[in-house]
Design a protein around this ligand. Structure first.
Ligand code: NAD
Ligand code: MG
Ligand code: MG
Ligand code: MG
Ligand code: MG
Length: 329
């Protein structure tokens, strides 16, 4: 690679992260090509955004840096079949999540630099913050530094995403992978949705109207989370009533208690020792039978029906396209 110029980047995948990375990097002055399967679901989007779209193999073959932004479960095969045979000698392979490398599903070629740049937010936010001159904090890690420039490349990429404007922290593939999985399972997706569903069920089973229960345990959660985001639990306590604070102090620890924390530790252990990933790979390879059942059960939960009706009355929630805030992943 010409060390005085910016690396030529191939972004493989144009979903939540891929689109945001490609747009931000291009606006930061990088030469970006998008690699997608021809006729795939996001090809039209990448073309409409003005990108040159090539096959993943062609895009990877010409790039100094290949960003793997496809779903985690297809990366093993994508690397083995397409990227490993086509990437330039000495190029840089970049991930936005360390899962495949950390759990040994991908063992990258010895000549490559292998780095991780993970924005701590969904793609839609990574793009929106960049556009208004801000950024989403990024964490980065180095798995393999063949060129001696791996850290510089990871930082250059993170800066191109706008991440350096918010914060840039060095981590390891192990730390990023394990904490990301724990966060989405115990707190962000699994924990939060189970808490909301259980609160809703408790109120409705006690005879309260589902509409009132929905507003109380789901709709109002946004206000609380916005306060956490702006100023931590301190700011939430500043803005709620004394009665709400007292109720928080005495009842919060009855809901989330030492037992709950022990279960969190179990979840973390199963992530760390590979049990979780082993189960998830088996489920994926079997065609997602349980996943589809669990997903359907969430979609069929009564809170979804009442929520749909109530959100239809809030016009500002009726926009199509990218969510204002997409899910953590
Ligand atoms: P996504 O599902 O939104 O998009 C995946 C993209 O890859 C789509 O364009 C899809 O068409 C394409 N694709 C699927 N299979 C392919 C294949 N075999 N070959 C080429 N392209 C293929 O994915 P995402 O949520 O953006 O996740 C991408 C990576 O970013 C993952 O490693 C994920 O863990 C990580 N990540 C995601 C988030 C998030 O909030 N979504 C946050 C941080 C990191
Ligand atoms: Mg759930
Ligand atoms: Mg209230
Ligand atoms: Mg995450
Ligand atoms: Mg994740």
């Amino acid at each position: 690679m010409n060390t005085s110029s910016k690396p030529q980047i191939a972004v493989i995948g144009y979903g939540s992260q891929g689109r945001a990375h490609a747009l931000n990097l291009r606006d930061s002055g990088f030469d970006v090509v998008v690699g997608l399967r021809s006729g795939g679901p996001t090809e039209v989007k990448a073309l409409a955004d003005g990108f040159t779209v090539k096959s993943p193999a062609e895009a990877a073959a010409q790039a100094d840096l290949v960003a793997v932004l496809t779903p985690d479960m297809v990366q093993k095969k994508l690397y083995a079949d397409v990227l490993a045979p086509s990437m330039k000698q000495g190029a840089c392979l970049l991930f936005a999540h360390g899962l495949n490398v950390h759990f040994g599903m991908i063992s990258p070629r010895a000549d490559l630099d292998v780095v991780l740049v993970a924005p701590k937010g969904p793609g839609a936010l990574v793009r929106r913050e960049y556009e208004i001159g801000r950024g989403v904090p990024c964490i980065y890690a180095i798995h393999q530094d063949r060129s001696g420039r791996a850290e510089e490349l990871a930082k250059l990429y993170a800066a191109g995403l706008g991440g350096a404007r918010a914060n840039l922290i060095r981590t390891t593939f192990k730390e990023e992978t394990e904490t990301d999985l724990f966060g989405e399972q115990a707190v962000l997706c699994g924990g939060a949705s189970a808490l909301v569903q259980a609160g809703f069920e408790t109120l409705v089973e006690a005879g309260y109207q589902p509409e009132i229960a929905y507003y109380e345990v789901l709709h109002e959660l946004k206000l609380i989370v916005d306060l956490f985001y702006e100023g931590g639990i301190t700011r939430m306590l500043e803005f709620v009533s004394e009665t709400a604070q007292y109720g928080d102090f005495v009842s919060g620890p009855r809901v989330i208690n030492a037992e709950t924390k022990a279960r969190m530790k179990d979840i973390l252990s199963e992530i760390q020792d590979g049990t979780f990933i082993q189960r998830w790979v088996a489920e994926y390879d079997a065609g997602l039978p349980n996943y589809k059942k669990f997903q359907q059960a969430d979609l069929d939960h009564p809170i979804e029906k009442v929520g749909k009706e109530l959100r239809a009355k809030m016009q500002w929630l009726q926009q199509n396209g990218a969510p204002q805030a997409a899910a953590p992943a």
